[in-house]
Design a binder for this molecule. Structure first.
Ligand code: UD1
Ligand code: MG
Length: 456
């Protein structure tokens, strides 16, 4: 089996985006364009991936390295065109490789399409193959001109087209598969003798043909995968296309979307059947939601793990887990590393962070719990906070054990432990551990001054 190597072109300026952020770092819903392209290459079994960087190279490298430490980068110091870009990976290409080259601005191309292109190229014994698509308005795209056998004659950039070529509706998608040896030997033959004065990758097929090989054209079956992102408008079209795909997928899997156009779900999310999602809900990252849940309206759930029969109403949940049969919200904010066991209630205006909550515990309203371990069947009344930070900005943990009751408006000054079945009187400031089954009252005694008003 030949090795598949992928080269992603991402050195260009992306002028039409009018942005300080590199084009491939713009997000299609919840992930950067380059993340989708890397995923597609990985899933198409590319054993090595090289990204050509140039304009804002550090930005692109930093983003990719944080997520995929194995990917390597080749710097294209001057952006002299797509052909010049792929040349930068020359030293990594072996003669026997199948080299997939893909424009970094194509977020929707699936791994299946890349796999099909590679198989088509390999099985047809082509010197290389290009992915094409049929469009109504070829606009600025490169035209695919075929020979009498249906193979590629040449690719012509719009600015270099004659009258006949300009009308051709079969276009270059910007994804190619090359025989490694033939690709490398074409480099010395590239020139910039064209309307844009650039070294075009689209000239490489002609050089491979001159060496005596056929160059194949693989027409993509699903044109919805083709959305190059060169402008904000194209970015919004790519986003809408992706979201429509995920909405359809989840509905086919048995999830009810009350208003699909107003529901936003990541490609990475998984949702169980009979869950109902109300409008204005964003489900981002690798979120898993069980079955029979009611989510939304207006909720953001990011990279979290939600069980079955959970209700989350008008709330935000970030990098957290919620077990079965919980009720969250309205207006709860679960910050990272909140872990809620089953049958809990986290109600309105409750903020949590870095906290473990045992089964059946109720945290119903106006409460902050952070850096805490809370047991089973605990009741925390309104207005309570865990004061987790001391004056030296050090964070400490609060422990509240099973069946404890924390009265309204209490402050738990961490580090502190409330043992099992203990009771805290309302309005207490607790700075010492409270033993099992004890009652702690830590507030001023009430003073009554009789007839105070009449005496005055
Ligand atoms: C390119 C193709 C065109 C095709 C279209 C599909 C060429 C000459 N034309 O045009 O036939 O229909 O894609 O979307 O290839 N890049 C570099 N270094 C450079 C120049 C560009 O790395 O010196 C990168 C860009 O960052 C981008 C990709 O190559 O990710 C494509 O460049 P772009 O300028 O977007 O080419 P298109 O005009 O879209
Ligand atoms: Mg482009």
């Amino acid at each position: 089996m030949k090795k598949i190597k992928a080269v992603i072109l991402a050195a260009g300026k992306g002028t039409r985006m009018k942005s300080d952020l590199h084009k491939v770092l713009h997000k299609v819903y919840d992930r950067a364009i380059i993340d989708y392209v890397c995923d597609a290459c990985e899933d198409a079994d590319a054993s090595e991936i090289y990204i050509i960087t140039g304009y804002k190279a550090e930005q692109v490298e930093e983003h990719v390295k944080a997520r995929r430490p194995n990917i390597k980068f080749c710097l294209q110091k001057e952006q002299l065109g797509t052909g010049h870009a792929v040349m930068q990976a020359e030293k990594y290409i072996d003669d026997d490789d199948l080299v997939v080259v893909i424009n970094g601005d194509q977020p929707l191309i699936s791994s299946q399409t890349i796999k099909s292109l590679v198989a088509f190229c390999d099985q047809g014994n082509y010197g290389g193959a290009v992915l094409s698509g049929i469009v109504d308005e070829p606009g600025s795209l490169g035209r695919v001109i075929r020979d009498n056998n249906g193979n590629l004659s040449r690719i012509v950039e719009k600015k270099d087209c004659d009258e006949f070529e300009e009308k051709v509706k079969e276009v270059n998608i910007g994804v190619y598969c090359f025989n490694g040896k033939l690709l490398k030997s074409s480099f010395s033959k590239l020139d910039d003798n064209n309307a844009q004065g650039e070294y075009y990758i689209t000239d490489i097929p002609s050089h491979i043909k001159q060496a005596g090989y056929n160059f194949g054209v693989y027409t993509m079956p699903d044109m919805s995968e083709f959305q190059g992102v060169n402008s904000r408008e194209e970015l919004s079209i790519a986003t809408e296309t992706l979201l429509n795909k995920t909405r359809k997928m989840h509905m086919e899997n048995g999830v009810t979307l009350i208003d699909p156009n107003n529901t936003y779900i990541s490609l990475d999310a998984k949702i169980g059947k009979d869950t109902i999602i109300y409008p204005g809900t964003n489900i981002q990252g690798e979120t898993i939601i069980g079955g029979n849940c009611i989510i939304g309206p207006n909720s953001n759930i990011i990279a979290s793990n939600i069980g079955n029969n959970v209700t989350i109403e008008m709330s935000k949940v970030v990098e957290s887990t919620i077990d079965d049969n919980c009720i969250i919200g309205p207006f709860a904010h679960l910050r990272p590393n909140t872990n809620i066991s089953s049958k809990c209630k986290v109600g309105s205006y409750v903020e949590t962070k870095n906290v473990n909550v045992g089964e059946g515990t109720k945290i119903p309203h106006f409460i902050y719990v952070g850096d805490a371990d809370i047991g089973k069947n605990v009741e925390i009344a309104c207005g309570t906070i865990t004061a987790n930070m001391n004056i030296n900005w050090e964070k400490n943990r609060t422990t509240i054990k099973d069946n404890a009751f924390i009265g309204a408006n209490s402050t738990l000054l961490a580090p502190v432990t409330v043992e099992e079945d203990a009771i805290i009187a309302a309005g207490s400031v607790i700075n010492q551990d409270v033993p099992k089954k004890a009652l702690a009252i830590a507030r001023e005694r009430q003073v009554i001054k009789h007839d105070y008003k009449t005496k005055k």
